[in-house]
Design a binder for this molecule. Structure first.
Ligand code: GRF
Length: 199
């Protein structure tokens, strides 16, 4: 299946998907990478892998709705079967979600519904949890609130700071993303309320 990846940062999750898609049996192929930030490291990773990129920067649009419509258009160009938000730090609006219903997924570095939002790792550390983790979920109109596809626990170690904990989570997160994007691409995904069925 054709996959479009949305990035805002370093793109290590994208890099993991690009590694997996080398295998024709994986079933998913990253056909486009889109960022809200021209400087996103993920764009360089995509270009190095020969994958088409697009930048849709909010500063170039008068309001959120026109930006959201432009994001939906940029995604549609690639005719995706699945849209993966991996380190994309913007909220996707109705223009995108309605155009790709139940086909936009997001990876979050905490065990949702705990610690949603842009600082899930920092918030888990501050709360003092002993176990956190990562979540792959369907994107709905809320923030990190859509139906959950898969989760994996990660222990908080003594002396962890946001960076060391996030790095430990990212090791697990990349593996979870690669596994489930492949399964969704090969077997399909069905969402009924808060419950997801693969295959
Ligand atoms: C990931 O942990 C993602 O869950 C979070 O930010 C990180 C992005 O990492 N939103 P990368 O850009 O994929 O390296």
């Amino acid at each position: 299946g054709r996959v479009v990846v949305l990035v805002s940062g370093a793109g290590s999750n994208l890099a993991a998907l690009l590694g997996a898609h080398q295998d024709p049996a994986y079933g998913a192929r990253v056909v486009g990478v889109i960022s809200d930030k021209p400087s996103a490291g993920g764009l360089e990773i995509a270009r190095a892998a020969g994958v088409a990129t697009a930048v849709v920067a909010p500063a170039d649009f008068p309001d959120r709705e026109s930006w959201d419509r432009a994001v939906a258009e940029a995604i549609a160009v690639f005719r995706p079967d699945l849209v993966v938000s991996a380190g994309f730090m913007r909220i996707l609006g109705a223009a995108t979600l309605d155009r790709f219903p139940d086909r936009v997924v997001n990876t979050h570095p905490a065990l949702l519904p705990a610690f949603p939002g842009a600082h899930g790792v920092r918030d888990a550390l501050a709360y003092g949890v002993r176990v956190t983790g990562c979540t792959l979920h369907v994107v709905d109109a809320g923030v990190d609130s859509g139906a959950i596809i898969a989760q994996q626990a990660v222990s908080v170690e003594t002396g962890d700071d946001e960076e060391t904990l996030h790095e430990r989570i990212k090791v697990v997160e990349r593996a979870l993303l690669v596994e489930w994007v492949g399964r969704i691409a090969r077997e399909g995904i069905r969402v009924e309320g808060r419950h997801v069925t693969i295959g």
